[in-house]
Write a new protein. Structure first.
Length: 447
């Protein structure tokens, strides 16, 4: 087109025309080569993009095919699961029906068992009543025969019978003699310092009935007002021969307790006297029942608190002292807190005083409270040759705990405590210690 334009306005033979044509051809050639070079430059990347696009399309097609295949498999799996669920529902339905039937049978069996239990209970109750009547009849025959033979009253015959029972022998008597030694020195310390105490439990019963140990008994129980006990602790803190050692039971909540024990350090034995501290608080007679309920609630709360504390202790403690200082501090803190809480009852007012077993004796929750005039002024009884203090109304006090203590009990000849402790060589140690004390006393008397 340009060439024709040049031909129209410039003569073909002219030099100018030829030069213009040549120049134009050169320009066209250069532009053509430049465009070819540019095309070559963009060809490879463009081809690569095209190839990648093809590859991606192939992958998309493959994914689509797999998706279509997976959808079919998923649909098949869903159908299988649905079938299994339906089967499981049917089984659950059958099982529920069977369980309901079993529950009905169990309920019927429980009713039958309860009915049988009630019948057995009634039968045993009636049988026990008959046994008690027969036992009482046999005892009455025994006691009347015994009284007639000795030409004395029934009451005196009973007392004479118990006093005539032979003393314990062997190891049991060594234990009793060791405890009598402890009792003798305990009484001496109390008399020298004006401290109140009284025989308690089986020891009181032994004093009343046997004038000493119940022949098969192996421990001694002493009661002491809190104020006198605190003074005793202070006195014994300066003694090298005797001491107070707390024993703890923190295994079974029913038996949770902290019991102070009077021991002889010089004997190097584990024998002791149990001391039951009696709290004294003002309480009008009309409030006694309410106060006792308060004491029982405090003991229950104490048990709950101790039970929560047990996991924090380094070991369980069953009728042993606590040697770990941290454990002892934690446990004593709980016991002391509840002693204060119990004695701080809002109804504690007036001039009428009552005594009750301190709350650390959780296991003795059956014990009652006693008015001051039941205990004081104290009287005395003979126990193994020692003159000991007992409550003013000691017979009523003993009956309150044991009922008719002159009848033959079911555990006649069987009672004992020391089976829960490990003797080891304690009997031998006690025997040697008592022999040395006896020889010392003889030498002293011979001077």
């Amino acid at each position: 087109m340009i060439k024709n334009f040049l031909k129209k306005y410039l003569p073909p033979s002219s030099k100018t025309f030829q030069n213009a044509v040549l120049q134009l051809e050169d320009d066209i050639k250069q532009k053509t080569e430049s465009q070819q070079a540019l095309a070559i430059t963009f060809h490879d990347p463009l081809q690569k993009v095209i190839d990648q696009n093809v590859e991606i399309q192939d992958q998309l097609n493959l994914i689509q095919k797999r998706s279509e295949s997976g959808s079919a498999e998923l649909l098949q799996l869903r159908e299988q699961v649905q079938g299994q669920l339906t089967m499981l529902k049917d089984q659950i339905s059958c099982t529920s029906s069977e369980l309901a039937r079993i529950r009905e049978q169990v309920s019927e069996l429980k009713n039958i068992r309860q009915s049988l239990t009630d019948e057995i209970g009634k039968s045993f109750g009636a049988l026990n009543e008959k046994i008690d009547v027969l036992s009482l009849q046999k005892q009455m025959v025994f006691w009347y025969t015994y009284a007639v033979q000795r030409q004395t009253s029934l009451s005196e015959a009973q007392r004479s019978f118990y006093r005539s029972l032979p003393k314990a022998e062997g190891d049991l008597r060594i234990i009793q003699n060791m405890e009598v030694y402890l009792l003798k020195n305990f009484i001496r310390i109390c008399n020298e310092n004006g401290l109140n105490y009284w025989l308690q439990g089986g020891t009181l019963l032994g004093a009343i009935r046997h004038k000493g140990f119940i022949p098969w008994d192996d421990d001694m129980d002493i009661s002491m007002p809190r104020a006198d006990f605190d003074k005793l602790q202070l006195i014994l803190s300066k003694s090298e021969q005797f001491a107070i050692c707390d024993y703890y039971h923190l295994v079974n909540r029913y038996w949770f307790s902290r019991i102070p024990k009077f021991i002889c350090v010089a004997s190097n034995t584990d024998f002791f006297l149990d001391i039951f501290v009696q709290e004294c608080v003002p309480c009008p007679p009309e409030d006694e029942q309410a106060f006792w309920q308060h004491v029982c609630r405090m003991r229950e709360e104490l048990s709950d608190t101790l039970e929560a504390l047990l996991p924090e202790l380094t070991q369980p403690y069953s009728d042993v002292p606590i040697k770990n200082s941290d454990d002892k501090k934690k446990v004593d803190s709980v016991f002391n807190e509840f002693i204060q809480k119990t004695n701080a009852w809002s109804g504690c007012k007036g001039d009428s005083l009552v005594y009750y077993w301190s709350v650390p004796y959780v296991k003795f929750s059956w014990q009652r409270i006693y008015r001051q005039d039941v205990i004081f002024p104290l009287k005395t009884q003979n126990f193994e040759g020692e003159i000991c203090c007992v409550p003013k109304h000691y017979e009523a006090y003993a009956r309150d705990e044991y009922g008719d203590y002159l009848r033959l009990s079911n555990d006649f000849g069987l009672h004992g405590h020391w089976d829960v402790f490990s003797f080891g060589n304690q009997i031998e140690k006690a025997s040697k210690f008592l022999t040395s004390v006896s020889e010392t006393n003889k030498n002293f008397e011979g001077r």
